[in-house]
Each structure stands twice: as C-alpha cells, then as structure tokens.
Design a protein around this ligand. Structure first.
Ligand SMILES: [Zn+2]
Length: 722
C-alpha cells in the first residue's frame, strides 16, 4: 500500500498517548465537526443529529441481544419467527410503518450427518462430535442442530482422503504436481482464504466425490490464543457451519434467480431443481479440528508443502489414503417460509427515494456476534429514529429499515426483497449494511468509492468508547496494524482492504460478497456500504457464538454496541435529508483508473504483444474522474438545479450496470463482483479481469468494450446533471 512517511509520522505523534499505552492512556477529547456538507440549513441538521445520538443505549442493546439470542434461531424455525415478531414490535414502537414479508424458499436442514473413518485399522473417529467445552450455559440446548453445510446435497460416499489445503485451484494444481490424484477421493480442506462454497466448486472440477471442511487451529484456534471459555478462540469441538451455495453465480432462492420467491409464486415460474446452477453436486460437510485431527494425522503420501502445515501437532501429509472415510449426509430439503421484517418512515419531500438500512437476523445457532450484535445495534438506531420522529422531525427521503432472514443460507431474504422491489429500487439513494456489528473494538468499513468519504465524515461525528471519535480510533488501529504488518482477525467485509489506495486517509475496503449488500449493489446498482467492528473472534458460526461469549469477550459493557447504533443510524438519517447528495465520483473514477491500469499490466504479462489496447477504457475512467471533480464543485457550491444534480448523482452508479457478467448474468455491476474463485473478496472490473485470468484475449477485448461503454455512460450521466 502506498503511504508516505510524512503522513505516518504526523499521525503517530497525534496518537502518542495511546501508542505508548503501557501506563493508563489519557483519553482523547471528542470534538465533533461543527459543519456539515450537503445541507442548506446545517445547524438544524446538526441539532437533529445531536438529538439522535443521545438516544442509543448500551443497556437496551444488551437487553435486545439477550432476548434475540435466548434460543437457537436458524432461518425458518419457530424461534426465528419469534425474533421477527420481536423486531416488528420494536419497529412499531418507534413509529415505523412495519410488516413481516414472507418468502417460500427451497433449502435444507440436516436430518442425519455422519463422518466415520473406516480405514486403516486402529484409527477411530465417529463424527461429528457434539460441540462441547467445560463450561458454557448454552451448549446443551436440544434445539441446536448438528453442524452442517447449507445447500450440500445428501450423499453416501466412501473413499480415500486427500488433504488439499484451502481448496483453491492452485492447491489442487500443486497436488497434481506431487503426483496425487484427486479424482474419486474425498478432499479434506481447511476453512479460510476463500468463501466455503468455492471449495466444493473447485474440488468437483478436479473430480472429488466429497468434501470435508475443517477449522484448523492455525486460523482461529489455539494457535491464535487461549480457546473458549478461557479465551475468545475456537475450542477443539467447535464447528464452523455455513452455506456452500455458489453465491458467485447467484444468491437467493436457488429456484428463482432474478425473481422474488413470494409465497404465491406459481411453481411454473421456478427453475426446476435439476436445472438449478448455483448448487454443488458433491456432498460437503464441516468438522471441528478434534474430529479432523485423526484423519489428517494418519494420511500417508508425500509431506504437504510447508505452507500447508496447520497448527495440529504432527506433520501434515497429503495422502491419498490410507485413511478412508465414510460420509453419510441425509439432508432434509423442503419449502421453507422465511421472515423479513420491513419498517418504513415515509419521506416528506421525495417519498419514492429510499435509503435502505439492513441487517440479517437469522443465525446458525445463537448468533450473538453474527448477526445479532448487528440486530441489537440496529434496534437502538431505530429507537433513536423513533425519538426523533416524536419531536416532529421528518426525513426528506423514505427510510427503510430491514431485518433480513436466511442470509446465512445464501443472502436469501435480502435478495428476494431486492428482486421483488427492483422497480422502486431504481430510485434508491443508498443501501447501508451491517452484519457483524461487534466482534471486538476495531471499527472498519467497506463501500463503493463514492461513499468512502461520506463514511469517514460520519465516523468523525460519533464518539469512541476509547476517547476521541470513531474516526480517530479507526485510523489509530489501521496504522498500528500496518506497523505490525498484522492481518485483520475477522471474517467480515468491514475489515477488508481496498484493492487500490488513492487517498492518504483511513482505508475503506471494497465490497465483494458474503453479506446482504450484494443484491442491492451488484444486481441493482444501488450505492452500498458495510460497517462493523472486529476483534479476536474464534467462535464464528459455532454454538459458542452466544451471549456468554459476547459478554465475556465481545463487548462486556456494550459500549461498542452503542457506538455502532450511532454510526449506523447516522449513516441513514443524514443521507435521508441531504439537500445535495454527498457522492464523490472523482474518487470513484480515480479508483477505476487504477483498476484499469493494473488490468492492463496483467493483460500485457498474459498476452504479450497480442494484448488488447486499454487506451479507451483508461480514457473513459479519466473522463469519469474529471466529471466527478467538476460535479464536486457543483455539489459544494450547492449550485445548479438541485433536483437535476441529485438525479444525476443517483443515476451514475446504475450507469455501471451491464446485461450481466459472462456465465453469471445475475451479476450486473461492471466494477464489482465476488470473485469466482474467492467468493468473499471483490474482483474489480470483473468482466475484464476474469477474461484475462482465463487467458481469453477475445473475451478480454469484448469485456473492455463493455466496461468502456459503462464508464462513458456514467461520465455522461454526471456531465448532463451539472
Ligand atoms: Zn452474518
């Protein structure tokens, strides 16, 4: 990352009391900005914001979280419905016009899951072992489902095992080099490095008949620190559940890409199950490292490459065999009713323009961190909004709060809602997402480039529990991380790094996938953002992500819950009433210019002299940057016809939409998509980059043209608005 020495130095001096925090650090004072851009009457807005910020309560957030996580509440369960009713009641109490929207979804729960070692003789393992530690008040609830991977098929396979590291294409290539045949084998792979649905996708390309995904203690267990209940890291028997849907093809109900699975949708409108393209055909199931250990410890064959070695106490080999495993997965697939909760406050001036603010509510088990730390914070943001409404305040645009269901299975509640309201959403202003609100104290954000500065400004207006503003602490933790060259510890978009850095300021990441902004941004072109707060968190998607873990390690005082409620609410409230929308398209154009430059370089390396010319795409990116810069002058001067300016600012993101990416028409955004082989991380200018990765120069040329046209459309939209 580019970063000048001067910037680093100035910054370090600012933070000296905290950077040398051996002795109790003096708290930075909090000095919120006294000006605000985009408002004719900034004083009135600042007053409303101050009134809002005073409301979200740590104590009430704690109460919401305790109630929401009192029982396991996987999507579609009776307990999940109860949480929907709780959220509905809170939305209504705040004065929102609220309802529950049901959808009918094809999905599975486990009926019977068995993983047994059947050879060699003397090696015993009959899994999965029930998740258990010495002391946890939630682990023995009978409603806890056996750990499973959503959207794995049922299956009954017995085969020799191979170890394939993270299950990436390069890992399977490496196995081939080592002379290890993957065909007909069960691959055991570790979590991490990519979205878990990518693992069976790649394994099936190499002919595997089954996949076991386990959590290596290297990645989030004892290698990181003390395990739960002594510390926050993954204990031996804890399993990471999760979906293995091919969400890089399309998310949502597998039978309705592009249309909403409303309860009365006729079957004739659904894709027949044998024609569905986003589901894996090979049985896949997760294991703890307690259960994976006997399999890995007894593999023969060559030593694994040293980078593949995890933290289990033996040398990892790759097989194949002599360990043979029997996987028996009986999945209970059925039509399942899920429950989104929607709450609206009608805009006083522009009711058709929506500002949408979403968080998912369904959890793999109790979901204290993922996702209900977000739900609790959302409910306190709604509480604040409610108090503001009582004073007679009204937003100019319509505010839509959403509590999504079945995010865990495949962003289902949000995708179906977005598909149902595609027409209305053409006028939407922004989508603000929060999934894991609090796993620890380190704030982070990801968004489209046009919103990055907006998020920084919002974070300056909210105090941090550590003193100073959220912005100052955000900057401090990223600088510290840079100095220590430490990687973020969280599986969440909020701590993702951007592909390029064009500004000497705190870094806001790019949106790939893995949470509910995907349908809004990548299917419909609604400018989107995702925020969260991370920390040492090793119980992701296990039974131990519960209220006991959260109050011990995540946020004992709920001060970060209060902080996130404030940031999330302020994102929404300020955007809803802006006189001139705050989108920065100079930043957007500049970032795209860097993406194009990098792709050009990669293309030259791939195709040599036959590389197509990137000149037109580069020119179009510059044109966008220039139009964005001019537009910023119009925005800050509040000149011109405000309605026309705002219209242009809203339409520019949608101008990036194309008919669809090659092989995955549901994804229509020309700048951001989840990577086909990464799943979570964003691939930028995906049409072009993936054509180069596939060494297809004709497709590269075609996709360059598609991209160039989209960039010119976006630039023209801005030019016409001034
Ligand atoms: Zn989540």
């Amino acid at each position: 990352m580019k970063r000048t020495f001067a910037a680093l130095l100035v910054f370090t001096l600012n933070l000296s009391p905290i950077a040398h925090g051996q002795q109790p650090a003096e708290k930075l004072p909090f000095n919120p900005p006294t000006t605000i851009s985009g408002y004719q009457n900034a004083a009135a807005e600042l007053q409303a914001e101050k009134a809002f910020l005073a409301v979200p309560s740590a104590e009430l957030a704690k109460e919401h979280l305790r109630i929401l996580t009192s029982a396991p509440h996987v999507a579609g369960s009776p307990e999940d419905k109860k949480t929907a009713e709780y959220v509905l009641q809170k939305y209504k109490e705040a004065g929102l016009d609220a309802y529950i929207q049901e959808y009918k979804i094809w999905m599975n729960t486990p009926a019977e899951i068995k993983v047994d070692v059947v050879a060699p003789e003397g090696v015993m393992m009959h899994g999965p072992t029930r998740e258990h530690v010495s002391d946890d008040p939630y682990q023995d609830d009978l409603r806890v489902l056996t750990a499973y991977n959503a959207f794995s098929p049922s299956g009954d396979v017995t085969a020799d095992v191979i170890y394939a590291n993270y299950g990436r294409p390069e890992d399977f290539k490496k196995l081939k080099e080592l002379g290890v045949e993957a065909k007909g084998k069960i691959a055991i792979v570790r979590y991490g490095a990519n979205f878990r649905g990518v693992k069976p996708f790649v394994a099936s390309e190499y002919g595997c008949v089954g996949v076991i995904i386990y959590s290596d203690p290297w990645d989030d267990g004892y290698y990181k620190g003390d395990k739960y209940p002594k510390g926050p890291w993954r204990p031996d028997t804890a399993v990471q559940r999760g979906s293995v849907q091919y969400l890089f093809r399309y998310p949502g109900d597998p039978t309705t890409p592009g249309i909403a699975s409303v309860p009365d949708l006729p079957d004739s409108k659904r894709t027949p199950l044998d024609q569905v393209t986003d589901l894996t055909k090979i049985p896949t199931t997760p294991l703890s490292y307690a259960d994976a250990s006997p399999i890995l410890a007894n593999l023969g064959g060559p030593e694994s490459p040293r980078e593949w070695q995890g933290a289990l106490p033996f040398t990892y080999h790759v097989g194949a065999g002599p360990v043979k495993v029997h996987m028996l997965l009986k999945q209970n697939y059925q039509w399942t009713t899920i429950y989104d909760v929607i709450g609206m406050v009608k805009g006083s001036e522009f009711p058709q323009q929506w500002v949408i603010t979403g968080n998912h509510r369904d959890a793999w088990v109790y979901g204290a961190v993922d996702p209900n730390s977000g739900t609790a914070a959302q409910l306190e943001a709604v509480h604040g909004l409610g108090e503001l409404l009582k004073t007679g305040w009204k937003p100019k645009r319509t505010i839509v709060f959403a509590s999504w269901d079945a995010e865990e299975e495949g962003l289902i509640g949000s995708t179906e809602f977005a598909e149902q309201h595609a027409d209305e959403l053409r006028q939407a202003v922004a989508y603000f997402n929060m999934d894991v609100a609090v796993a620890g104290p380190d704030f982070g954000a990801s968004s489209v480039p046009s919103l990055k500065q907006y998020l920084r400004e919002i974070s300056k207006a909210v105090p941090s529990p550590k003193g100073g503003s959220v912005y100052e602490q955000w900057k401090a933790t990223t600088e510290k991380r840079d100095k220590e060259k430490a990687k973020s510890t969280q599986a969440g978009a909020a701590s993702r790094e951007p592909v390029v850095v064009t500004k000497q300021d705190v870094r806001v990441g790019d949106l790939g996938s893995g949470s509910d902004y995907t349908p809004f941004l990548q299917h419909l072109g609604v400018p989107s953002a995702d925020i969260g707060s991370s920390g040492p968190y090793g119980v992701y998607h296990s039974v131990f992500d519960n209220f006991a873990w959260f109050t011990k390690f995540g946020d004992p005082t709920f001060a970060y819950e209060q902080q996130m409620a404030r940031v999330y609410g302020l994102d929404t409230i300020r955007m809803a009433s802006e006189d001139v929308l705050p989108f920065n398209y100079e930043d957007y154009g500049k970032e795209i210019g860097e993406y194009v430059k990098a792709a050009d370089q990669k293309s030259k390396e791939t195709f040599g002299a036959k590389s197509p010319s990137f000149a037109n795409a580069q020119k179009a990116a510059s044109r966008l940057e220039k139009a964005g810069a001019q537009m910023l002058l119009t925005q800050s001067g509040m000149k011109g016809n405000t309605a026309r300016v705002n219209q242009a600012l809203r339409d520019t993101e949608r101008a990036f939409l194309i008919d669809g990416l090659p092989d995955r028409p549901w994804f229509k955004h020309s700048i951001y998509a989840p990577g086909k082989y990464t799943g979570y991380a964003a691939v930028v200018i995906p049409g072009v980059n993936e054509a180069i990765d596939a060494s297809d120069s004709a497709l590269t040329l075609e996709q360059l043209k598609v991209l160039t046209d989209a960039l010119n459309r976006a630039a023209e939209t801005l030019e016409k608005g001034m």
